[in-house]
Each structure stands twice: as C-alpha cells, then as structure tokens.
Design a protein around this ligand. Structure first.
Ligand code: PMV
Length: 322
C-alpha cells in the first residue's frame, strides 16, 4: 500500500530565520534555533495511486488551488524525482490551529508532507536528508523533522543546510502560551517577506550580531538560565521585526493587540511574573514561561482585550508516523 500518515509539529523559532543566502535552495542568511511544540501541528496523509490523473490536495477539508496547490505539487515532484516514480498523489492535511497567521503552518505542513510523501512512495530517508528535503518546501520546515531543540545549520549548499536536534524535548521544561489574536490570514507571506529582507538598512546589522546571539542563547540553554534565555529571544524577535518594518515594501505584521500583549508581558515581568514574548510573520504572540507561572499567565493573557484564545503547549518530538 502506497500510503502513509504523519504528524509534524509546529516549531517556534527562538533565533529567527529571516532572509536567504540562496532563494531557490532556501539556504538561510543565518543559522537559527527553534523548539518543536508538543501539541500544535499538522496531520497529513499521502497516498500515491495509479488511478489518479492529477495530484489532489485537500487542506483543512478544502481542495486547494493556485499558489498553495502549486507549492505542494512542486514538493511532490521533488519526492517523485528522488524515488524515480511517476505516480500522482492524494494529499489530505489538517492543521489543529489557525493557518497562515504567524503560527508556522508551512513548517509543520511541509515537514509532514515530506515524511508522509517519502514513506508512501517507498523511500526510507534519514533525518538529515528528510530535513534537507523539507527545507525545499518551506525553510522552517527543516526544523520540524528532528526532536526538541533544533538548530538549523545554515550551511552554504543543499547538502549542508539542515535542522539537527541539540537537546531532547525533556532537557529543560519550558511552557509556551500561544496567544491567538485574530483568525485572519496574514497579508504578506513569509516567502515574499524573505525576498525583501535585504532591502532593509538594518539587515546587515542583524547579520553582524545574530551569530553572537545564537551562541549566547545556546549557552543560556546549557546553563538553564531562564532570564538570559528570555532576554535573548525577545531581542532576536525585535531585531527581525526591525528588518521587516524597514524593508521595501515595509512589513508591519503586528496589530494593536499584538503590542498590547508584548507590553503586558513586560510589565508583568517588572512586577515579578516572569515571561518573554516572540512573534513571527503574523499578529499572534508566543509567550514562554517556566511551568510554575503558566496558570497565572494564561489567565491574565486570556483577559486581555482582543485575545481570542490562549493555547498551552510544551516542547515535543519532531515529525513521526501515526
Ligand atoms: O519557513 P518560512 O518561509 O515560513 O519562514 C519562517 C519565518 C519566521 O517564522 C518569521 C522565522 C522562523 O525562523 O521561523
């Protein structure tokens, strides 16, 4: 049977990937680091069948067309090429969170498609090769293959640019509160955003100091120094958004509610309730805290104006068959 079913997690970038060295190969401008989430993710089933004349792509119960479909078909073409087989596929994929709102559906989506597609077609790739292939679908997807804390080694070619676990999911218990502010899809996709990163006068500055920040963050994780860890992830988020805000066209992903969450997190912190925020290409905010503060923070966050939902999550495994 040429069929496989996979779950792949959303991953949360702590040091961000923004801008590419090579667009076609999706080689990132800088090495970066993320954690796989435990609950948030995508479940995907891929079946290759002789009877199919065209690929069928169903995401969240809807047949997709246009650019979204092309991206999936291109990825299936890559899988078919590696396997040297020409069968068409039916892909059924479901996210357990609102997609395209800065919650990284492309990361979990392409990681799931890569593992399910390669298994269904009869390939048995190792994690490094799966990650390299997932990267071609969406850069950040290469960080949703391996488990726990994953570093994407930027490299400079298809061969040496991939995600690799540096700590297991159980190494250090950090809680993640996903603050959902609006179900609207974001205005500019990350693919289009990466392409204009280098038009920002701050892009070079970011690249000059992001490696040091990555090194410091790994050190903070090594020492389990939560305050240092939190400061560094907020710094990196704001460094990336400085590039976004000053690129051409400029990219303002935040809503007033986004800023409200960011400011609230900072003022609670000043009053002794420690947590830190990070935001991707969307309005929603990820708040990280230690387990002991989770209940109080979740409660306070859900009472803020404009907050639709607060999802609680932890650190989890990478893509796997289900
Ligand atoms: O993989 P993409 O093209 O969706 O880019 C992801 C970009 C950010 O989420 C903003 C940062 C990151 O490292 O995940």
């Amino acid at each position: 049977m040429m069929k496989a079913k996979v779950f792949a997690p959303v991953n949360l970038a702590l040091i961000k990937y923004w801008g590419k060295k090579n667009t076609e190969l999706r080689i990132p401008a800088n090495s970066n680091l993320s954690i796989c989430l435990n609950k948030l993710g995508t479940r995907t089933e891929v079946e290759f069948k002789k009877e199919l004349k065209n690929d069928e792509v169903i995401i969240d119960d809807k047949e997709v067309i246009g650019r979204d479909r092309d991206r999936v078909v291109n990825h299936l073409n890559k899988i078919r090429k590696v396997a040297n087989k020409n069968l068409k596929a039916r892909v059924v994929s479901k996210n357990n969170f609102p997609k395209k709102a800065g919650l990284s559906s492309s990361a979990s989506g392409f990681a799931a498609l890569t593992l399910a597609g390669t298994k269904a077609i009869g390939l048995n790739l190792n994690k490094k090769d799966l990650s390299r292939l997932a990267r071609m679908g969406s850069g950040s997807a290469c960080r949703s293959i391996d488990d726990g804390w994953v570093e994407w080694l930027a490299g400079d070619s298809d061969k040496n640019s991939y995600g690799k676990s540096i700590f297991s999911k159980d190494y250090w218990e950090i809680r993640i509160l996903v603050v959902v502010l609006s179900q609207k899809e974001k205005r500019v996709s990350s693919t289009d955003g990466h392409a204009v990163a280098n038009t920002s006068p701050f892009f070079k500055t970011r690249l000059n100091n992001v490696n040091k920040r990555l090194k410091d963050l790994k050190e903070a994780i090594n020492q389990k120094d939560f305050s240092k860890f939190g400061e560094l992830i907020e710094d990196d988020c704001l460094s990336m958004h400085s590039v976004m805000l000053t690129s051409k066209p400029n990219l303002v992903y935040w809503l007033p509610e986004t800023v409200r969450v960011m400011r609230s997190v900072q003022s609670w912190r000043e009053n002794g309730l420690e947590s830190y925020f990070t935001v991707n290409t969307g309005q929603n905010v990820f708040v990280v805290c230690k387990p002991g503060n989770e209940d109080e923070l979740a409660d306070k966050l859900s009472q803020l104006k404009g907050v639709i939902e607060v999802r609680r999550d932890g650190i989890g495994k990478g893509a796997r068959l289900v």
